[in-house]
Ligand binder design. Sequence first.
Ligand code: M6R
Length: 612
Amino acid sequence: MCGIVAYIGNREAYPIVMKGLRRLEYRGYDSAGIALIDKELLVYKCKGKVDDLEYFIGTQNTLGNIGIGHTRWATHGVPNDVNAHPHYSQAKDLTIIHNGIIENYNAIKKALTLRGHTFTSDTDTEVLIHLIEDIRNNAKVDLVEAVRLALNEAVGAYAIVILSKDNPNQLIAARKSSPLVIGIGVDEFFCASDATPIIEYTKNVVYLNDEEIAVINRGEELKIITTKNIAKTPYVQELELNIEAIEKGGYEHFMLKEIFEQPRSIRDSIRGRVLVDQGLIKLGGITEYSQKIVNAKRIIIIGCGTSWHAGLVGEYLIEDLARIPVEVEYASEFRYRNPIINEDDVVIAISQSGETADTLAAIELAKSKGALVYGICNVAGSSIARTTHAGSYTHAGPEIGVASTKAFTAQVAILTAFALSVAKQRGTINESRYQQLLIELDTVPELVEKVLLQSDKTKAIAAIMKDAPNSLYLGRGYSFPVALEGALKLKEISYIHAEGYPAAEMKHGPIALIDEEMPVVVIATKGANYEKVVSNIQEVKARKGIIIAVVTEGDEHAALLADYIIEIPESDECLVPIISVVPLQLLSYYIAVMRGCNVDQPRNLAKSVTVE
Ligand code: M6R
């Protein structure tokens, strides 16, 4: 979603802010803008991409060593030049960039209008900067105090940075429910909505907490106060990110790079946790709570999109291995449906970004009812990682492509380790199966590597599917969530309508769609439901659907039935999702490329969904 970047120091701000905006492009946006101070307050903004902004700025003045930049993902008001950030105050001496939503902006706008303010945009952000200006002028306070008082009036979420024409030596930043990180260099500071624009300049960062305001004065130490006016000591952390991780490294797209990184990212996610030599699993982040988890009456898994799909695999794993009842919920539904949450429930919150607004709100709800919340996140220091009681990082590395790939397999790897560990402690798995699964889980990265070697075959199948307007993805048991994930990957990056279904449900409706034009992707690997899935394939075949089957290596029976097959190496059924999803990711990728789609930044989508 929206991206923020800001700089104050001795260098020219423009190239740093523009480069930062490009680093944030992956978050998804529809307009961009920048403000600089070179005696005058210079604001340039337009609809479109950062390239469009650069073209629009052309040879205009871009001097100054203080600047703020923004990529906007429209919420209030259509994507156009006027609604793009930064926004001016009434007197045009202040300007603001903002991520999040000010929910009571309408009431504030009405009150300000009565006091003579006029607004040029449809945004809530413009209202906020006018409110700050109004307070500063009428309460006769300095800008920092005006920001503090205004934020006490604002309801909603924000990460903001403010620039004042009259003070080219100061940036004011603040956050609530929307991330903001401050990079500390030598005589310079950076602000950004995530660390990617900062990493090439400094590894020392401060993550602002909710309701904190950072006062960043040139040549001074960083100062932080809360919106209640309590001074805080900045907690400086060292970033573990490196610059290679956020560049394409020779791949045409981030998504392809991230798909091919999976042998490494899965390995990193289980390293130090799945200890084959010692025959045990160690999830350090939950040791303190292991009794509560082992004795849980119920586990509720919450997430959105791909993370929700990982949660579904988690449900199969935990119920199958550890025999604890599991419910998997869309965070967005869970938070609003007055769910029954007990103190002996354990809630697992899954999120790649760690910033998804619905998941965060669902976590707060679960915490307020006394449940233990265990987070599985990819982004270190993210809001979800910080707000959960216990957690495991997935260590997949930065995921830049909007379509989640390596985060999913890492999440499922952690859930597998979790289920196995709880099963062992509860005595619901016998020792030899436990040890066998440990060994097999440890070899999954190599099996994924084998699947990736067949990418050309998947590409050839993509050429067959690329012009289909619709497609169906079917799976049963552990492969049902994989079918959902395969369909989501296809629709989000290629814009082909795709539906994932439990294979047996097909006859209750979707079978009506099948004809000789309809590609049906079936995950038909060996396992408990194999024969049943083969019957489902027969049903598709009888209606002349085009069958693309993901099968276990050497399965000649399924190969004879299907029109096209993708083979994956044999493994225990409960480990198949991590492996079988990989060819589906590749299939979507190649189809999207063949259709000329913007794979890494699909239309309308944002990487980090920080609004509900
Ligand atoms: O960062 P999160 O895992 O919380 O994000 C959840 C979804 O927004 C995300 O998985 C989304 O569905 C992706 N575009 C899927 O590829």
